[in-house]
Design a protein. Structure first.
Lengths: 317, 317
């Protein structure tokens, strides 16, 4: 899991720094978990709202599952890099995680990827039923647009509105939902490298890109930084997908907490399938190098973001 | 379909006025259809976005179906009552209709109400497949929050943001999605009148209420008018549900363009089931009277809104 451990050229100091960062990321994930728990509680944002207990329970099952919280942590670390670290950032980050969680609930449905397990627990439609899972996903997605509009996110309504709109585009037909459609269509069909890249940049990349942009935007970073963070998001998005595909090829279900080898079984086109494992690893390292180059301008201040990029790549080692 | 025709006490002038209003409503519906067609086209809001053709086609199937466009027309007529009638209102109205259409696509799914027909055509999961229908619903909902953020909707980002947030709450766990959950849970279970009213005010009422509020808010109506329109939305929301339940009890499938008698078959609790047809009709007339009282302050200027209330009630005659 830790690249420093595998590389003889790294010194022990780097190992210690990396280790502390892992603790930091765990702490950040637990901050997100706390906010999500609060958002998905009977004590509601709008006191007039009734919340059907079964639907709330299903939403909680889908969202409070001890995930890595990679996307919201990217929002938080990017915002911190540009000088902001407060409850408003946490809310914006949580809105993004709600969108991610909705997508997992729907992707797991029988009509989609048909998964029974997610992080070692029954998926929402297994723990409840299909109708409830569809509604829970719908309601998580809908809630995200309530949360991102919260006054605490940013003083300027125009900033909250822009985040809302960018989130919508990252999640919609031109982003995640469109990517999932292409992914379903790619079953048992040959796809070119360009087609797979488009698919993955939409399905996985769009939300990761948004995460890095949102953090920069929340903190009022200059345009050059916003664009650099967009590229950083693209790079780790692609790295994430390659690492995920490698894990699917190589892991066992126990280690993953979900079914593996499903891509090949479903006849899904992946870059690993096109390139093989070795070339994929080489590409991953290229992406890691590019991410380091992008962050170099921030010197030591982007150490958390660098650690996240490193983690994304190394988790497939 | 026309109350004036059934009431001997009404003079022929009222009949003519009502008839012209029906033409007007048809014209308004076609304006909405045009905007939806434009929003769901290859020529996209954000030119960088790729739009997978199959998903776009499914979204179009779910949204461009010649519906009555009751909710967006309520936005338009309410905004016009308070002095605004332009493309921004049309966009805001269309965003609401996208949310309504997403809910129909998902509600029709096999795991939910399992409907094969919607307005005489195959439902989205029948015309495409279940996975595509789930994604099409997701993407329609997501697109709504892109559209409502459009600069043309209102000069003030704070107004657009508030609309976005109110739309999210009307559609989410405390509104439509929560109401659909309660509706599914009400199958083969006795429900009290209060429980059915809560269910219906969430499932159907929340979006109709939002429609009337949004129009008033877009036009900058004073708070007293905004509250009056909220109540008007509540009243026609309940009337709509009662009329719908009556239609389900009494109609034949050909007239409705979808399956009927499904509530009783599914063992769903309705107020018609609790009250019987006669009392339901009496309640409907009370609601119509309340809507007329609410609109009386606007004299002739609210004639379209009055006609809509009348239409909602009379379509079950």
């Amino acid at each position: 899991m830790n690249r420093a451990l595998d590389n003889d050229g790294k010194n022990s100091l780097e190992y210690i720094v990396t280790f502390d960062l892992k603790q930091h990321l765990t702490k950040q994930a637990s901050r997100i978990e706390t906010v999500l728990d609060k958002l998905l509680n009977d004590a509601v944002l709008d006191e007039e709202m009734a919340r059907p207990p079964r639907l709330l329970a299903a939403m909680r099952h889908g969202a409070l599952n001890g995930g890595k919280r990679l996307r919201p942590i990217l929002v938080m670390e990017t915002a911190k890099l540009f000088g902001r670290d407060d409850d408003g950032v946490l809310l914006a980050a949580s809105a993004l995680e709600l969108v991610h969680c909705y997508s997992l609930v729907h992707d797991d449905l029988p009509a989609m990827d048909d998964d029974d397990l997610r992080r070692g627990r029954p998926t929402v439609h297994r723990a409840f039923d299909e109708a409830t899972a569809i509604l829970a996903g719908d309601a998580l997605l809908t809630l995200a647009f309530d949360v991102i509009a919260n006054e605490d996110v940013h003083d300027d309504p125009a900033v909250r509105l822009r985040l809302s709109r960018e989130l919508s585009r990252a999640a919609g037909i031109g982003g995640m939902a469109g990517g999932q459609m292409l992914d379903l269509e790619s079953e048992h069909r040959d796809r070119s490298e360009a087609e797979i890249r488009t698919l993955q940049s939409m399905k996985t990349g769009a939300l990761l890109r948004y995460a890095c942009r949102a953090g920069a935007f929340l903190a009022g970073a200059p345009v050059a930084d916003l664009e650099r963070m967009s590229r950083f998001g693209d790079v780790i998005g692609l790295a994430f997908q390659l690492a995920d595909d490698l894990l699917d090829v190589e892991s066992n279900p126990e280690a993953m907490g979900k079914a593996t080898g499903k891509d090949a079984e479903a006849g899904k086109a992946t870059l690993v399938g096109l390139w093989g494992v070795e070339k994929t690893r080489a590409e991953l390292n290229k992406l890691l190098n590019e991410s380091e180059t992008l962050l170099a301008v921030y010197e030591g201040r982007a150490v958390s973001l660098a650690a996240i990029a490193d983690y994304i790549v190394s988790r497939s080692n």
